[in-house]
Structure formats: C-alpha cells, structure tokens
Design a protein around this ligand. Structure first.
Ligand code: SF4
Ligand code: SF4
Ligand code: SF4
Length: 252
C-alpha cells in the first residue's frame, strides 16, 4: 500500500519547530519514513509537491490577512492537517502583539514607516480552518512529533496528554518551585514535555497551552496560598498568556 504523502508549510514563526522535525534520531527518522513519504519540506528538500499531498503539517500563526487564501487552499487539499508547535496551535509568541493595538505595534516595529508592511493580529490555525490534530510546545518534542504522525497514519488517536505538567513533575520527584517562592503554570498546562522546565531548574511558563477543563479553582487557591495577585501572574506569564487567558479568569 502506498504511504501517505506529507508536505510541510510555514506561516509566521521562527521555524524552530521545523528544525526540530529535522533533528530526529536515526531511529526516529526510520520509524517515521516507514509510514510516510515527505514530498515537500522547504527546509530539507528542494522538491515541490505541486499540491499532491495527503497530510499537511503547518507551522506558524496567521499574522497577515493575505495568508488566509493560502491556508484555505492547503486545507482543501489535505486529508489531514496537523499544526506544528505553539505558533500554529495557540498563536504562540506571535500573540504578544495582540496585547497592543495595530497602530501601536506598527509604530514599535517600523517607527519610520508604520504602514509599510501588511500586518494583523496573530491567530492560531484553528481560528481560520479546521485542524485534525496538533503538536503543542515551543518548540515541539521530537518523540511526540513522531508518535502523533505515526498514530494518525495508522488511524489511531494522536495521544496528546490532557493532564497537567504537575503530574509529570511529581513523577520526576521534583520539589515544587512554589515552595521556593517561584511561580509556575504547571497545574493548568498540558503535559507531554516530561515537565522539562521545572525538572531543569526552571518553571512552567505555559508553552504547551492550557489543558481541557483546567482546574481554575486549584490555580486560584495556589495564587491565594502564596499571596500572589493576578497582575503579578499576568506579567510573569505574558509570553503565552494571550491564548492561556482562561488561567486567570478574574482580571483583578
Ligand atoms: S512554536 Fe516556538 S520554536 Fe516553534 S516556530 Fe513558534 S516560536 Fe519557533
Ligand atoms: S513545580 Fe510547577 S509543575 Fe512542578 S509540581 Fe510545582 S506547580 Fe506543578
Ligand atoms: S514545562 Fe511548561 S513551559 Fe516548559 S516545556 Fe513543558 S509546557 Fe512548556
């Protein structure tokens, strides 16, 4: 049976997630190429699929209205559309601009000629077209990338965790950073990174997005217990806050 043809596409992004998809171990690469053929991938091969692909893997958010027709065309062509990384899945770092008005960010970036380049608020791919599966993270986890693609090709659930980072953090037997006076979004952010940041001396800043039905009461209890205000949390977690807004339901 012919393997499905896979094409990679990018919109506004740093392209770091595509680089991760290239940075597989030999075992991971063989595993992947056993089930798919890559027919378009600007960072890796010069071939063009000419629209002949089954699965589209899309990196980056939509920050210009003129990108929408291209995205819709990709959606029409692909049987399966997968978003790759935080930029495409939750609008990612690009959504920082959404805290400002268009006039403000145009003025900040191009003060000499603010209207010179087309720009608009950053949107995740699912805000424009239907998405079949997503690979979270900034950047993605390569093991998860291979697993999601393989599972979809084999007709299985992509198996993205729906439980929070705290579960993996506790499994790793870390001392909670709140005990050290450091704030962390682990209670409401999607696991799957093996609690990478708190396990390496940091804290979770939310790059994998909020879990479905997050326990907001628990997050608020923690904020209260450690005498934290919404404003303190908002400032600290602004990087991915735009699309994680529901973590802080009381803007007080
Ligand atoms: S999610 Fe992060 S690493 Fe991936 S493309 Fe966006 S900014 Fe780059
Ligand atoms: S450090 Fe963060 S992820 Fe780990 S248990 Fe504490 S709140 Fe949860
Ligand atoms: S711990 Fe949080 S910020 Fe760090 S990789 Fe995991 S989800 Fe992203």
């Amino acid at each position: 049976m012919a393997k499905p043809k896979v094409a990679f596409f990018d919109f506004s992004s740093c392209e770091g997630c595509q680089l991760c998809a290239l940075d597989l171990t030999p075992e991971q690469l063989l595993d992947l190429l056993n089930v798919i053929d890559i027919v378009e991938f600007r960072e890796a091969i010069s071939e063009n699929s000419n629209g002949n692909y089954d699965i589209a893997i899309v990196e980056g958010s939509i920050t210009r209205d003129s990108d929408i027709p291209r995205l819709k065309k990709i959606r029409e062509t692909a049987k399966i559309l997968i978003t790759l990384g935080a930029c495409s899945t939750i609008a990612g770092i690009n959504a920082l601009k959404n805290f400002q008005t268009k006039e403000e960010y145009q003025q900040d970036v191009y003060p000499d000629d603010p209207g010179k380049y087309e720009t608009a608020e950053a949107r995740a791919i699912h805000e424009i077209v239907e998405v079949d599966a997503f690979i979270p993270g900034c950047p993605i986890d390569t093991g998860e990338f291979v697993r999601v693609v393989k599972n979809l090709v084999l007709g299985k659930d992509p198996a993205i965790p729906t439980y929070p980072v705290c579960v993996e953090c506790k499994k790793n037997e870390n001392v909670c950073v709140y005990e050290k006076g450091i704030q962390c979004l682990g209670p409401v952010i999607r696991a799957g990174c093996n609690a990478r940041c708190p396990s390496n001396g940091g804290y979770c800043f939310g790059c994998r997005g909020v879990i479905p039905e997050p326990n907001l009461n628990s997050q608020q209890d923690i904020m209260q217990k450690y005498d934290l205000t919404f404003e303190q949390m908002k400032e600290k977690f602004k990087l991915f806050l735009e699309r994680n807004k529901e973590v802080f339901p009381n803007d007080k």
